[in-house]
Every structure is written in structure tokens, then in C-alpha cells.
Design a protein around this ligand. Sequence first.
Ligand code: ADP
Ligand code: MG
Length: 261
Amino acid sequence: PAIDTVILEIDKARKQFGGLVAVNDMQFTVSAGQIVGLIGPNGAGKSTMFNLVTGVLPLSGGAIRFYSEGQLRDIGNLPSREIVKLGIGRSFQHVRLLASMSVLENVAIGAHLRAKGGDVMEVMSSILRRDSKIENSLLAEAQRQLERVGLSHLMQEEAGSLALGQQRILEIARALCCDPTLLLLDEPAAGLRYKEKQELAELLRKLRDEGMSILLVEHDMDFVMNLTDHLVVMEFGTKIAEGLPQEVQQHPAVLEAYLGG
Ligand code: ADP
Ligand code: MG
């Protein structure tokens, strides 16, 4: 899609867990070639928002639309594997990889998902049970994505031996195998050293400059302020502010949410 095309539209999305409204009529968009940050205190509903977009949780109300084949389509009721196929890739808040498998094999799981469908954990466990093997074409795709993120020199290493920053980038390579136009990253900078954060930010800018859209949840404010083009702030399931990072940072409700709580 052309730069600035709306590729994700969150339209009064709502999620209730019993009496708790975790996501309350949220509304925002992500455009092609844009890095959008979703921030807010713990329990604000950020991960739930991600789970709605990726089809992990069903919506309680509202709609989520994603741009594919020339138009915005309702993805609110699609299963995860269909959403992955349409072009939404994700990483998880806690790194999920198979520590004793190679970097290449871990990334090939992403290529396997794209080719065969299914759920990450399902595919991993079937590979561990050895009732699914990774084919050469999938390994080739994994290698291409490792080159793209600058990790191909480590592809034969055990994934568990990598530094945390490299593991995060491995996870991004895995998500890239599904050929996404939108990447969802849940706290990609958490626990990283300063230099690792800089390398991660550099990679995300590179992907954005290639036309990728990125929606990320992040607590590290320096990281968010330096990287994002647009910020959406949530508290108690509700959007309390959005706009340019420097503007949002000064917003009274945001200062209150971060400092007054
Ligand atoms: P954040 O990622 O912003 O920290 P979450 O989306 O994880 O927040 O959680 C938002 C709220 O929804 C919290 O109050 C949390 O306890 C609740 N919640 C999240 N997932 C579930 C679930 N599966 N069942 C019940 N409550 C949940
Ligand atoms: Mg969370």
C-alpha cells in the first residue's frame, strides 16, 4: 500500500472479561510506513488490544479493519492464522523460542506458519515431537529474513546462546517470514542494554523506511519518544490521548496517568 494509506483501523473496539472492561471503545489508526506507539500504565489494556488485533481474543464489540488487496476488510472475527496470512505479524511480550534449536530453525518456524498455517506454539511442539520437519524452501526463506535483520552470521548458533537483544531481533525475523505489512511488537526493548535498544531502533526504522507499518507497546519512554511517529495513550482500557510523541508527553492526562497514579 502507498505511504499514508490507513492499514489498520481500530473502530470502537471493546473487550470485556466478565465485569471488567479491559478495552473500552478504543479508536485509532495505523498508516503504511508509520511507527505507532501504544503506551499506558500496567493493566491499561495494551496486550489485550494486541490480542484483539491478532485474533487471539474475540471482540466484545466494535470492529477492527485491516488493509489487504486494495481495501480495508473487517478482521474482527477471523481466526489468528487467517490474520497472519493477510499480513499481520507479531512478537510476544516474553520471548518465545526453542533455546536448543538453531537460530535458523527458530526463524523457519515463522516460514512454516506462513506456508502451512497454524499457531506458533502448535508448530513448535509438533517440531519437537518430530511429526513436522522444516523443509529446505522454508529454511531458505528464514535465511533471507536473517540477512534482512543482520543476524545471518549467527544462524547456526543455538538460539538460547544469543544475547537478549539478538533474541528479540530473531523474533522479528520470525515474524517477517509471514510477509507482514504490519508488525505488532509487545515491549521489544524490555530488559535490553542501551546499545541493544539502539540497534533495535535502527532495525525498526529500516523496516519502516521499506514501507512496513509497526505498532508497538513499550514502557521505555526514551525508546518510544525517539522512534515513534505517533503515540496512543491508554489508561483503564480507554484512550486518554494521542498525537505526536512530543505533544502527547505534555498532555495533562498523560502526566497524571504516569506521575499521579
Ligand atoms: P497491559 O498489557 O496494558 O498491562 P492487559 O491488556 O494485560 O494490560 O490487561 C488489561 C486488564 O485486563 C487487566 O486488568 C488484566 O488483569 C485484565 N485481563 C487481561 N487478560 C485477561 C484475561 N484473559 N482474563 C481476565 N482478565 C484479563
Ligand atoms: Mg501487557
